[in-house]
Design a protein around this ligand. Sequence first.
Ligand SMILES: [Zn+2]
Length: 197
Amino acid sequence: MHVTDERYKRDRLRLELALRLIRHEARTHTIRHWTGLSDDRVRKLYRSYIKPGAGVRRHRGKSPAQVNYFLRATSLGAEAHALASILLLFGAISDKPDPASLKKIPTIARGRLLCDAYEAYRRVSPRPRIDFEHAAFLAKALTVGDEIRLRFCPACQALNIVEIVTLRDPECRACEAPMPEKSTANRGSARPLSSRT
Ligand SMILES: [Zn+2]
């Protein structure tokens, strides 16, 4: 493929992703982060493609930053767990924290996976209440892994979002079995003993 073709394809993917993010009412700085487009380009896209009265709102202010939102013992917490499963299923996140991947993998590809997963969540959830900004924050928090992580229940295999710093072992949301952290191989950036030199 010619360089110009490559560039054209990349630009088109970038614009497609930006429009998907606009439709999901992502904040301007979120769209800039995932697409690399300038704030000015994003504003122009809004004006060109989103008709007034189309029901797409522009949100201002800071993106969410509180992981407690996902840990509530309410139906919202259950929805966050369903969303985490879908993010994992679509490959938008891994089941282990991987902070280095935030820099390694092309942002546009990651942004598309995130949109795929979020759109699937909207389709399967009868009344979806988690907005895109919270979904993006959940994916990021689970990838960084310093506050919350995924853990499979040893008793029923259900996927749980657990807090890293707790005084006692978290309980499975599905069966209430305690879920102790298994081994050092699962801890943070620790590698399996065999790969150490
Ligand atoms: Zn369980």
